[in-house]
Structure formats: C-alpha cells, structure tokens
Design a protein around this ligand. Sequence first.
Ligand SMILES: *[C@@H]1O[C@H](CO)[C@@H](O)[C@H](O)[C@H]1NC(C)=O
Ligand SMILES: *[C@@H]1O[C@H](CO)[C@@H](O)[C@H](O)[C@H]1NC(C)=O
Ligand SMILES: *[C@@H]1O[C@H](CO)[C@@H](O)[C@H](O)[C@H]1NC(C)=O
Ligand SMILES: *[C@@H]1O[C@H](CO)[C@@H](O)[C@H](O)[C@H]1NC(C)=O
Ligand SMILES: *[C@@H]1O[C@H](CO)[C@@H](O)[C@H](O)[C@H]1NC(C)=O
Ligand SMILES: *[C@@H]1O[C@H](CO)[C@@H](O)[C@H](O)[C@H]1NC(C)=O
Ligand SMILES: *[C@@H]1O[C@H](CO)[C@@H](O)[C@H](O)[C@H]1NC(C)=O
Ligand SMILES: *[C@@H]1O[C@H](CO)[C@@H](O)[C@H](O)[C@H]1NC(C)=O
Ligand SMILES: [Zn+2]
Length: 341
Amino acid sequence: MFERSCWILFFFGKILVCVHGWGPVGHATVVRLAQSQLTPEGLERIAPLIPWHWNGNLSAMASWADDILYSDANPTGYGNWQWSRPLHYINVPDWNCEYRPERDCINDICVAGAIRNYTKRLETEWDDIQQREALYFLIHFTGDIHQPLHTGFVSDRGGNSIKGHYMNGSYLTNLHSLWDSGMITTRLRRDFGSNSTLYYEYIHKLMLEQSPQEDDNTIDAWVKDNVNIVCTQIYLDENNHTMNASTNFTLGEAYYNRSISIIERRLAQGGRRLGIILNRLANKRPIKPDDKDKTLCTSTIVLIAVLAAVCIVGVVAGVILWIRYKKRATQSISFNLARKT
Ligand SMILES: *[C@@H]1O[C@H](CO)[C@@H](O)[C@H](O)[C@H]1NC(C)=O
Ligand SMILES: *[C@@H]1O[C@H](CO)[C@@H](O)[C@H](O)[C@H]1NC(C)=O
Ligand SMILES: *[C@@H]1O[C@H](CO)[C@@H](O)[C@H](O)[C@H]1NC(C)=O
Ligand SMILES: *[C@@H]1O[C@H](CO)[C@@H](O)[C@H](O)[C@H]1NC(C)=O
Ligand SMILES: *[C@@H]1O[C@H](CO)[C@@H](O)[C@H](O)[C@H]1NC(C)=O
Ligand SMILES: *[C@@H]1O[C@H](CO)[C@@H](O)[C@H](O)[C@H]1NC(C)=O
Ligand SMILES: *[C@@H]1O[C@H](CO)[C@@H](O)[C@H](O)[C@H]1NC(C)=O
Ligand SMILES: *[C@@H]1O[C@H](CO)[C@@H](O)[C@H](O)[C@H]1NC(C)=O
Ligand SMILES: [Zn+2]
C-alpha cells in the first residue's frame, strides 16, 4: 500500500499547492537553474531518474517532498511520509544567532543532515526506487536550505506563528509564508508579468554572475549564512523593531525592497550549488551487486543441477527397482499358479 501510493505519486508527480519551503516557483527555479548547469555526464546520470512523463523536466519534481506531506496533494499516502517533515528545516534558539549542529541538528535530523543523507544514498543505494526518492528529496532540500527562514527561531516555528499584514492586504499572512512565496509573487507580478519563465531567466543571469565560493561545498556554511540573515534582517520590521508571535506585523514596500534581493541571491546560490552536487554524482555511482548476483546465480544453478541429477538418479533407480520387483512378483505368481495346477 505504502509502495503503491508512493508510486502513484511518482507517476502523477506534483499537482497541487505547497506550503512548505519556497513556493512552487522558488523550488522549480532552483532545480531548473541546477539542471541548466549539468555536464553531459551529470545529465546522463540524472536523466534516467526523472519520471518519463515529465520529458526530462526535473523541476517538475521540485516540490514532490512537500506534496507528499499534505492530504490535498497526496490524498491516501501522506500519513506515511510524516517522518520526513523535520528534514525540511532547522530550528535555532531565538536570537542565539549561531548554528551548532550538535544542538540544532541532532542525529542529522534536519535539512542539512538530510542533504548529506540523500547525497550519500545516491552514491551508494543502487536500487532504482531508492535512487529516485533520494534525488527528489535532495533537489527539494537544497532549495529549502537556501530559504533563510528554514533556519528560523524555534519558538515561532521559523516565522510561521508570526502573523500580520503585507502590502496593505486585508488578510492575515505569516512571516514564513512571505519568505517562501509572498514576496516572490509580488516581484513576479510587478516586474515579470507573472511569467515564471521570464523570472527564471532573470535569476539564471544572476546565477551566472555569482562567482564560485569556498562555501559552495560546505553545507553548514549555508546554514550560518541563513542565521546571519535571520538575525540581521528577517525578524526586524520596517522600523527595525523585532517581530514576534505576540505582535501583528505590518510590512510593505520597505521590507520587500530590502528582502527581495536577498531572496534572489539565495535562489541563485541554491541552483548553482545543487548543480555542483548533481554533477559530482556522475562520478559517484553506486555499485550494483552484479558480481554477487552472478555467484548467487551460479551457485543456484549448481544446486538445481545437483538436485535434478539426484532426482533423475532416484527416478531411474526407482523404475529399475519397480521393474525388478514386478518381474519377481510375476515370477512368484506364475510359480504359485504352477504349483496349484
Ligand atoms: C517543468 O516543470 C515546471 C514545474 O512544474 C514548469 O513550471 C515548467 O513549465 C516545465 N518546463 C517544461 C519545459 O515543461
Ligand atoms: C535518510 O534517508 C532514509 C531513507 O529515506 C530515512 O529513513 C532517514 O530518516 C534519513 N535520515 C536523515 C538523517 O535524513
Ligand atoms: C499601503 O497604504 C499606504 C497608506 O494608505 C500607502 O501609502 C501605500 O502606498 C500602500 N502600499 C501599497 C503597497 O499599496
Ligand atoms: C513567458 O515568457 C516566455 C519567454 O519570453 C514566453 O516564451 C512565454 O510565452 C511567456 N508565457 C506566457 C504565459 O506569457
Ligand atoms: C534599520 O537598520 C538598518 C541597518 O542598521 C539601517 O540601514 C536602516 O536605516 C534602519 N531603518 C530604520 C527605519 O531605522
Ligand atoms: C515582541 O515584540 C514587541 C515589539 O517589538 C516587544 O515589545 C515585545 O517585548 C516582544 N515580546 C517578546 C515576548 O519578545
Ligand atoms: C492580530 O490580528 C488578528 C486578526 O486581525 C487579531 O485577531 C489579533 O487580536 C491581533 N493580535 C494582536 C496582538 O494585535
Ligand atoms: C522600493 O524600491 C522601489 C524601486 O527601487 C522604489 O521606487 C521605492 O520608492 C522603494 N520603496 C521604499 C519604501 O523604499
Ligand atoms: Zn520543504
């Protein structure tokens, strides 16, 4: 049942909304950026793991890890995936402004640990389903870890409990959602005619302008960058007052202006770094236990042959014995008959 619903999801891919991590636009942008960076070897490694019906479009799977968590996107199987929920983020103590893995990512159960885990699994698990699952998690979590509020404060659940109004909207939103998608939506509408392809092209240009950094290979450094952004920008309102769950914020133009460039830098970094990770996988392929299979196969064949031989010998011996017995019986009957007459 678990397996089947998981495959149904793999086949229909993602359909619905997502509330966790960058919105669909952010996640798809990160993955599309990464895919644009693939070497021929990287593409050859990744392409067979993309569901065939997406025609090689890996970004269509970018929000899969979110979709499986919700009953509207995954009506029958979402309960089976709840274990993966803590892998989308890291909680740090309020205003501690420091990331300490041994405190904030115990047993690697956090987004940084999950990236390590699924990279490793892609390198070592040869099973096709494991490979796919690991890839879809990896492309999503590399997006999540570049959304700075995925390293937010523990008491407000990464800004989810900090509510308020944005751009004079009448409805209540929350800080986390603004960073996931609210401000990206504003940007798309204002400057890109809500065309996410045009937006992708813009972020792609930003990505090409970024120079490679030492940090590109250090996951914990990405988290430290987040914590820095969190403490110096995200939790400060337009008057530089701290925001928390017991006050309603009013954020608009000024907050958007100072945040959107951070968001776009992070999207570009996420895409660039995911590209590096995926290309590196081309050189680290899991070893299929072919040889083991062969020896297993050979020994099985030998066993079958021996059993068959034993069987044949047994049957032949049985037939011979039976014929002999029959013969003797007939002889003795005829002997008896002969005696009676
Ligand atoms: C790939 O998938 C993304 C996300 O679903 C979608 O926005 C995009 O249009 C697709 N691209 C192509 C070329 O189909
Ligand atoms: C690693 O991946 C496996 C398989 O999906 C999962 O059960 C486990 O919880 C993951 N561990 C971490 C630390 O992400
Ligand atoms: C929000 O309302 C204020 C006051 O009416 C106005 O000055 C501001 O331009 C509005 N902001 C937006 C984004 O509409
Ligand atoms: C978005 O922009 C791209 C690139 O210019 C264009 O090909 C596409 O038709 C546009 N999509 C929509 C819905 O306007
Ligand atoms: C908030 O702090 C930043 C950085 O210290 C400063 O540049 C900005 O002018 C301050 N804004 C207000 C409204 O005080
Ligand atoms: C919440 O923020 C308000 C305004 O910045 C501040 O007055 C209040 O002390 C804060 N509350 C907590 C629990 O930090
Ligand atoms: C925040 O806004 C909501 C809805 O408008 C309201 O119910 C609540 O009392 C407000 N909280 C504060 C602290 O102002
Ligand atoms: C935000 O940036 C835009 C464009 O750069 C500018 O026109 C606008 O005045 C800025 N608004 C605020 C409140 O800083
Ligand atoms: Zn997520």
